[in-house]
Ligand binder design. Structure first.
Ligand code: AMO
Length: 431
């Protein structure tokens, strides 16, 4: 008999149903008491006219505290003035667990709280349907991603998160103790997804955590994020860029179709538009020219936050920055044959936000070792990875896409912490 509030319709009018949820609001008009019950899907008005409901129920309802958990059984009645056009006249009201007062956070949002307070009491913050909607969409995005890759013949894999080496230069590693040895939390599945190409998987994807000991505290960095990674054999950077733009298009289409209710809850002005393919490809050199008009930048420099801001003003929505200088991309990016100072690499951008990066990879052992040496990496510590290149590594390419960054772009979230349940940042390790 249990129903969710959103499942109640005209067909239930006059019938008895059972709801479980939290007491969102209480309105006491003396002889008439309203309890607003909230569950995952929405609200239902529980109406208690003193003269109609039992004395015992009325007394119990009057003492109820906000955010207590209840079970309500009663008859559904049409009521045009109630939130969804119906009300429930209770014949049973059970308090399953009483909430203490005062509440550390107002779930009705009449009293606003800053992000820190919200994150400190995240379980309460997540009870807000507006906030909960972000994670309902996140779940659907993952569903769409898995469907997309399975339809394209990819195999879903999981690679180790406890590792012995770094993959992405630049950001620091989190060290951990692994019995008597030193180990690290993995920054990227990079080395393993490439190894799987030598293992003959042809096309793999992984959805899993990446750990980055970023010192800086920004609205776009987390120390633990979810990365969607792919690796594909017998293709190049262009081949995997096509997968990426098609995936983004599919996500936009499906989310706008399936998540209307959640989008509206996040912001009534929010709409998920359908991007046009192909996304614009802006060469690194062209990006530098645009930036140079406003601030000085040297060829071969990575793009700073302010440089990216300039590009964000020039380009709307999704676009690629392609053909990066080899020296600022990781050792595994494939240089062009005729212009080795430029690599077959790309970043997917949304305005000034980097969402993904990828490249065609070096599949030749000697060149890979040469590039490691150039970047002052010790090939010996990559022995397990390098071995896979000696005995038949196919040409391949791939990318990594940050899930929280993608949600920021799609849902217009100002802070990446909004897109993760329990963010890990420079200052936050609990909850
Ligand atoms: P990169 O280091 O650019 O590339 O990471 C890929 C994507 O992961 C997301 N991301 C982050 N999101 C939040 N907080 C962070 N600290 C953070 N760091 C990264 C971003 C970023 O674009 N091995 C390559 C991918 C590849 O070439 O296949 C890599 O890890 O959205």
């Amino acid at each position: 008999m249990r129903k969710l509030t959103a499942e109640i319709g005209v067909e239930d009018f006059g019938k008895e149903i059972e709801l479980y949820g939290w007491i969102h609001e209480i309105r006491d008009l003396g002889g008439l008491l309203f309890l607003i019950l909230r569950d995952r899907e929405g609200f239902a008005q529980i109406t208690l006219p003193k003269k109609v409901v039992s004395k015992e129920i009325f007394k119990k309802a009057r003492k109820i505290k906000r955010e207590s958990v209840v079970r309500v059984k009663g008859v559904v009645k049409e009521e045009s003035k109630a939130p969804n056009g119906f009300e429930i006249i209770p014949s049973e009201l059970e308090i399953l667990n009483e909430a203490e007062t005062p509440l550390p956070l107002d779930v009705t949002e009449k009293v606003k709280a800053d992000l820190d307070t919200r994150l400190n009491h995240r379980f309460l913050d997540l009870r807000k349907l507006r906030i909960n909607s972000i994670f309902r969409i996140r779940s659907e995005v993952l569903n769409v991603i898995r469907d997309f890759f399975h339809q394209h013949g990819f195999v879903e894999v999981h690679t180790p998160k406890i590792v012995s080496t770094a993959t992405e230069g630049g950001t620091e590693l989190f060290p951990i103790s692994y019995f008597e040895r030193e180990a690290f939390l993995n920054q990227s599945p990079q080395l393993y997804k490439q190894t799987l190409m030598s293992a003959g998987f042809d096309r793999v994807f992984e959805i899993g955590p990446i750990f980055r000991a970023e010192e800086h505290d920004t609205v776009r960095h987390l120390n633990e994020a979810i990365s969607i990674d792919i690796e594909v054999s017998f293709t190049d950077h262009e081949g995997v860029m096509r997968y990426l733009e098609e995936l983004i298009l599919r996500i936009h289409e499906k989310i706008s179709e399936r998540c209307e209710k959640f989008i509206e809850r996040i912001d009534t002005n929010l709409s998920i538009s359908i991007p046009e393919l192909p996304f614009e490809r802006v060469k690194y050199d062209e990006a530098i020219e645009i930036i140079e008009r406003r601030e000085s930048i040297e060829w071969g420099e990575d793009l700073s936050t302010s440089a990216l801001k300039i590009l964000g003003e020039e380009f709307d929505g999704y676009y690629f920055i392609v053909d990066w200088p080899t020296k600022i991309k990781p050792f595994y990016a494939m240089p062009y044959d005729n212009k080795p100072e430029i690599s077959k690499s790309f970043d997917l951008m949304y305005g000034s936000l980097e969402l993904a990066s990828g490249a065609q990879r070096i599949h030749k052992y000697d060149l890979l070792v040469e590039r490691m040496n150039e970047q002052d990496l010790n090939p010996e510590s990559f022995a397990f990875y390098l071995e896979a290149f000696k005995y038949g590594m196919p040409p391949h390419a791939g990318w990594g896409l940050g899930l929280e960054r993608l949600l920021m772009a799609m849902l217009n979230l100002r802070n990446i912490r909004e897109a993760t349940l329990f963010p890990r940042d420079r200052h936050r390790l609990v909850p």
